[in-house]
Design a protein around this ligand. Structure first.
Ligand code: SF4
Length: 372
């Protein structure tokens, strides 16, 4: 074993596999091999095989399965609530295969290097570990060589990057421990997908950081950057604290000012209210006095009117009494005149009677004389 092979073995031991490395199925095409690898993310090998068989029986082709709803797929799988996630993975896998290959057939992985390179360049759901597994199966267990694998191995320091696939293979194969080809392709594929992004590798989280040439430097840079960020954060926190203190002081002063202003305004309002109350009281008194005067004048007027009416009535009564008295006196005079008239007539009648009587007496005396 060379030093690099030792290093490879050491690195492989450090890479935890998120999912079990699939064992190729004997009776499956490449789409099904990939589907089986995806099913192993949530199921045991025997469960995954059973699921694959159920799906084969339920669907005419994989495209029909791709456009089916997860609930419908799960109704065939009969896996209960857990089956929804399995069905969602199945759909997502088939969708990614369809989008990346424009079909539901991966057999081109066996003999079309250009299409293969295009296909494996972006596989966010399938991931490079499963992609390497598929290429390994497609290549009849030959070590797959992809740009992602070259990138990781170059950064780790196992092989130097080269644009020639032949040269790359020739450089890689000697560093792979015998019998660990699939594990090598699968685990380094996992490193490529999980941490070793082409543009932004997250070395500080990568499990290989302590043994990776590129990663050690990136990690140092990242730590320096973190320290700078921390210093910046501390400075920013101090600056914000000062600003906050100033702001608090400003707010306190503003608060005091506002309180003083409010107190002055309240005092002014109270004075205004007192003044207005006084004015209102005076007005009220003046109004009461005015009303009292009006009332007194009205009462005086009413009294005078009552006196005038009473005087008028008394004058009328006196006038009526005087008229009655005059009438009475006139009546009395009339009665006295009538009485006098009557008395005069009676006296005249008496005088006439007397004269008649005297005349009779004289006639009788004359008769008597004559008789004599
Ligand atoms: S440490 Fe960084 S460069 Fe090295 S393999 Fe991990 S992610 Fe890639």
């Amino acid at each position: 074993m060379s030093k690099k092979t030792d290093l490879t073995a050491k690195l492989l031991a450090k890479i935890p596999s998120q999912h079990p490395i699939p064992e190729p199925l004997a009776d499956a095409n490449l789409v099904e091999q990939g589907l089986y690898a995806i099913l192993l993310r949530k199921q045991s090998p025997s469960e995954a095989k059973a699921t694959l068989n159920k799906l084969r029986a339920a669907y005419r082709d994989w495209n029909e399965l791709r456009i089916s709803q997860a609930q419908e797929i799960n109704s065939f799988l009969e896996l209960g609530p857990k089956g929804i996630k399995v069905a969602a993975d199945v759909r997502e896998y088939l969708q990614e295969v369809f989008q990346r290959s424009h079909g539901m057939d991966l057999e081109f992985l066996k003999d079309d290097p250009q299409s293969t390179q295009r296909f494996v360049s972006i596989l966010p759901f399938v991931g490079m570990a499963t992609a390497h597994y598929l290429l390994w199966v497609a290549g009849n267990k030959e070590l797959p060589v992809t740009p992602a694998l070259m990138r990781v191995l170059d950064r780790v320091g196992l092989v130097s990057r080269t644009a020639s696939p032949k040269k790359a293979r020739a450089a890689i194969e000697p560093v792979v421990p015998d019998g660990q080809e699939l594990e090598f392709a699968y685990k380094f594929g996992e490193i490529a997908s999980r941490w070793c992004d082409a543009r932004k590798p997250v070395c500080h989280q990568c499990v290989l950081v302590d043994d990776c040439k590129f990663g050690k430097k990136a990690f140092r840079d990242w730590k320096i950057q973190q320290e700078r960020l921390e210093q910046q954060r501390v400075r920013e926190a101090a600056r914000l604290a000062i600003l906050k203190k100033k702001e608090d002081e400003r707010l306190r002063k503003e608060g005091e000012k506002r309180k003083k202003k409010e107190a002055l305004e309240a005092e002014k309002r109270a004075k205004d209210a007192a003044r207005l109350a006084k004015v209102a009281e005076k007005k009220k008194q003046a109004e009461a006095e005015r009303l009292a005067k009006i009332k007194a004048a009205a009462e005086l007027k009413a009294k005078r009117e009552a006196d005038r009416v009473r005087a008028l009535k008394e004058a009328e009564a006196k006038k009526a009494a005087a008229l009655a008295e005059a009438k009475k006196k006139a009546e009395q005079k009339r009665k006295e005149a009538e009485k006098r008239k009557l008395d005069a007539r009676k006296a005249a009648e008496k005088a006439a009677e007397r004269k008649k009587l005297e005349a009779k007496k004289k006639a009788e005396a004359a008769k008597k004389k004559k008789k004599k």
